[in-house]
Design a protein around this ligand. Structure first.
Ligand code: PLP
Length: 425
């Protein structure tokens, strides 16, 4: 469910025609819908209302999916917490007005500086992923005379049945503490002066389209909670990570209501506060990427639509073989004829291919197309490869819109570099 629809023959974001935004900000650009962001957050957070066995869960939007300040602020106003994976994201969350007690810090490589900043901000918890990290955190917290609240991210060794580059819950992945060692690591954490154990954390991967891997992981975690409590630890919180998929193509991922129902069944009787870290599920379908057709080029056996967007703007197709729906901004009608295109960008890489053999109404130079489901892992993963400045981000809210990240000038990009003295004359 999203708010990008055809009205009066052309694609709108909520009440704003995309051609109007394109005329003002130029192409390519990302466009997000406030109504969709807010709706997804509330559908997810609200799904747990019927399972009132425990307190309201803390839903921490995963900033790595979309870290724009306006997006974080929109969600923070709805009551969302933020899941951060770097000091930079921590700073973003704080700048968006998210209080420390709604911030959780995940990631395998937190530095001491990042730990210090997070302790200063009074974050809710660190999700610790290794013993060396635990020792460093104990050390940093000790030097500040505070106790660091932690969960340990356990690796339940289940197959998330998703793309290998976004599966994180198998023993061979770099994430979390190996299942068989979890008890020992909790014992070590329990003996540290400046560590306060508060719960258990698990996140098995992204873009999951079935509840089964979640349920398998959560069942293991539920057993672990009992064991850890028997060992004398206080386990009050369960952070179940993110990972719920969205419909990019024909696969229909589970509805948040069904997810919440399963969660309640598997871990509802443990009396833990639940924490979730959804990213894609909130932001994915709340954003599109609008691009212009530069040329239509006839190859020997294929027809290429060469767009002004490229892999540096949206890397998911080349990185994850990801599928994005691509539709014309001008609505097709009964008189439209269709042709098959490979949609590619101008970057000098064969990998700069968004889609092959897509049927689209006949495209011409100057036509606008929209990539659907580009609100998560889109702008945040972009780069300036081929000296292409980052593209603008626009946020729509009803009939209003605002540029929430302007397009830099090429001079700004060049100006980031410095010429050493020996090259100056
Ligand atoms: C990436 C990530 C998430 C968010 O995953 P989604 O699939 O976008 O919901 C949550 N938690 C952690 C630890 C992550 O690395």
């Amino acid at each position: 469910m999203h708010h990008f629809e055809y009205h009066n023959g052309e694609l709108h974001a909520e009440d704003v025609p995309l051609s109007k935004i394109a005329a003002e900000v130029g192409t390519p650009f990302y466009c997000y819908s406030t109504a969709t962001l807010v709706r997804h957050y509330n559908v997810f957070a609200g799904a747990f209302d019927n399972h009132a066995a425990q307190d309201k869960p803390l839903v921490c939007f995963s900033a790595k999916a979309n870290g724009n300040q306006a997006v974080l602020t929109t969600l923070a106003r709805e009551g969302a917490g933020i899941d951060v994976v770097s000091g930079g994201e921590l700073a973003r969350a704080l700048a968006a007005g998210v209080p420390g007690e709604r911030i959780v810090f995940s990631g395998v490589g937190k530095t001491r500086e990042e730990m210090r900043a997070a302790l200063e901000a009074g974050i809710y918890q660190f999700n610790v992923e290794s013993e060396p990290e635990l020792e460093a955190l104990n050390d940093v917290a000790g030097s500040m005379n505070v106790k660091a609240p932690i969960t340990i991210r356990v690796n339940p060794d289940v197959d998330a049945q998703t793309h290998e580059k976004i599966a994180t819950g198998k023993a061979e992945n770099k994430f979390g503490i190996s299942w068989g060692w979890a008890r020992d690591v909790y014992a070590r954490a329990g003996a540290m002066d400046n560590i306060q154990i508060v719960g258990v954390d698990v996140h098995i991967g992204s873009q999951l389209t079935s509840l089964d891997p979640f349920a398998a992981a959560f069942r293991r975690v539920a057993e672990l909670v009992q064991t850890l409590r028997d060992d004398g630890h206080t386990i009050d919180r369960l952070d179940l990570g993110g990972g719920l998929g969205i419909p990019y193509d024909e696969l229909t991922p589970p509805h948040p209501d069904d997810y919440a129902h399963m969660v309640a069944q598997v871990v509802g009787n443990l009396g833990c506060q639940l924490i979730f870290e959804p990213g894609r599920m909130i932001a994915g379908n709340a954003g599109i990427l609008v691009s212009d057709v530069i040329y239509v080029k006839q190859g020997e056996n294929r027809r290429f639509a060469i767009l002004d967007a490229a892999m540096n703007d949206l890397i998911r197709p080349s990185l994850y073989d990801a599928h994005h729906g691509i539709i014309p901004v001008k609505a097709p009608d009964s008189s439209s004829t269709y042709e098959t295109y490979d949609l590619v960008g101008p970057v000098c890489e064969t990998g700069d291919t968004f889609a092959k053999n897509r049927e689209l109404p006949v495209l011409q130079s100057g036509d606008l197309v929209a990539f659907l489901s580009a609100g998560a892992y889109g702008a945040v993963m972009s780069s300036t490869y081929n000296a292409r400045p980052l593209i603008p981000e626009v946020l729509v809210n009803g009939d209003q819109y605002a540029v929430i990240r302007p397009r830099p000038r090429i001079e700004d990009l060049i100006g980031l570099d410095r010429i050493p003295d020996w090259l100056k004359d």
